[in-house]
Design a protein around this ligand. Structure first.
Ligand SMILES: *Cc1c(COP(=O)(O)O)cnc(C)c1O
Length: 419
């Protein structure tokens, strides 16, 4: 089945009410038939609902559908994208361990890795996505994951997946990719050998800026890497907190099983069933939306490139962009609605952001309404000129998230703002 069809049907069996739309199971807990039934559920002898922090029937449809869309074997939805990213690392690391992560990452992920996880004794060793050959010398026996984004936010780079995955395979280390910006429609990292995919579903999945959510997807390859691998002893030895369960010995995908039974149980960033339902609605037309976002963004990128006030345009599928070859290879049918461009000065960029009428000044992406951000005066305000340069954010940089408005209207809006 093609992805466009999967997005409409996977994971939902109509119950006796035969509802076409997936029902919202707004409940905290579920009744057991008997004490024995309860005992079997807790012991995983039988699968079923126990408590919504661990699982919910509406969320289950969303998880199954998303796993199918990414080509994975299981998924776990969380209350936000940051929760999904945090769990994907905590599922592998303890104090003294390290991960290798791209320099070019979402701001919240950077602070999670370099401040919050650091306080827990987990070290992030950073690499430039344009120099994957430098990863190898960062690896040691305590390295538990290599983490990068498929289209980076906000720098809009496309890494060379195959080069990174080859290094990870050689050392038997799991790769984790944040596929938020590309969406499962434009890119399936699992096809290139990635083991775990994470998303903020707050962006293109809902598509209308309606709700916060995240999801972790496990590829079949994760179990092969985890099983009997001394890097991942906690998957191969009895878990005292779950009656001595050995995650890699069960018939279930071990990464998601442990994230659910251990992390969700103990840390609790569970999604609302209502939000899961919103994401199911979003997936039904994600395919149509992301292609339109991408087509409009490419048109605007081309228009900006010819504008006399524009010094540089960053869009991976724009010919001449430094990511063009990787984008052609790894992205299918578009590069999303995210683009950025540079004008001469801080003042000029600020004036443009202040003068647009259709674009909203918002720090978000992936909404059906177009968004403009001037990082130097907002998200990156606290950084020094030097730090801005390291982050690839110049004072005159403007980021756009192109929505679903008619592209001529968006160009006219930019044109009047840039006069
Ligand atoms: C927004 C975003 C996140 C964080 O997701 P939330 O749902 O806001 O917690 C993570 N990664 C990327 C690439 C994002 O754009």
């Amino acid at each position: 089945m093609k992805k466009e069809t999967i997005a409409l049907h996977a994971g939902y069996e109509k119950d006796e009410q035969k509802t076409m739309a997936v029902p919202i199971y707004m409940t905290t807990a579920y009744a057991f038939d008997s004490a024995e039934h309860a005992a079997n559920l807790f012991a995983l002898k039988e699968l079923g609902n126990i408590y919504t922090r661990i699982g919910n029937p509406t969320t289950d449809v969303f998880e199954k559908r998303f796993a199918a869309l990414e080509g994975g074997v299981a998924a776990l939805a969380t209350s936000s994208g940051m929760a999904a990213i945090n769990y994907s690392i905590l599922n592998l690391c303890e104090t003294g361990d390290n991960i290798i992560a791209a320099n070019q990452l979402y701001g919240g992920t950077v602070t999670l890795f370099t401040h919050t996880l650091k306080r827990l004794g987990i070290e992030a060793r950073m690499f430039d996505v344009h120099k994957p050959e430098l990863i190898e010398k960062l690896i040691d026996e305590k390295t538990k994951a290599i983490f990068f984004e498929s289209i980076t936010n906000p720098s809009i780079d496309v890494p060379d997946f195959e080069k990174i995955v080859a290094i990870a395979k050689k050392h038997n280390i799991l790769t984790i990719v944040d596929n938020t910006v590309a969406t499962p429609i434009l890119c399936n990292p699992i096809e290139y050998g990635v083991d775990v995919v994470v998303h903020s579903t707050s962006k293109y999945t809902t598509g209308q800026g309606l709700a916060l959510g995240g999801i972790i997807v496990e590829a079949e390859s994760a179990k092969e890497k985890i099983k009997n691998n001394s890097r991942y002893n906690h998957f191969n030895e009895p878990d005292a907190s779950y009656h001595g369960l050995v995650y890699s010995d069960t018939p279930f995908p071990p990464f998601i099983l442990r994230a659910r039974l251990s992390l969700l149980r103990d840390m609790g960033s569970a999604p609302s069933p209502f939000n899961s339902w919103l994401f199911i609605q979003g997936l039904e037309h994600l395919n149509l939306r992301i292609k339109q976002h991408s087509q409009s963004a490419l048109e605007i990128a081309k228009w900006l490139k010819n504008h006399p006030k524009v010094k540089r345009v960053n869009y991976p599928l724009l010919e001449g962009d430094k990511n063009y070859e990787n984008a052609k290879k790894y992205l299918k049918g578009g590069a999303s609605g995210l683009l950025s461009f540079e004008v001469e000065s801080f003042e000029e960029a600020k004036k443009i952001a202040d003068s647009v009428k259709i674009f909203s000044r918002v720090v978000n992406i992936g909404d059906s309404k177009s968004i403009i951000t001037h990082p130097a005066s907002t998200t990156h305000q606290q950084l020094s000129a030097e730090e801005l340069e390291l982050a690839g954010v110049s004072e005159g940089l403007i980021r756009l998230s192109i929505g679903l408005e008619v592209v001529e209207d968006l160009i006219a809006d930019l044109e009047q703002a840039m006069e």
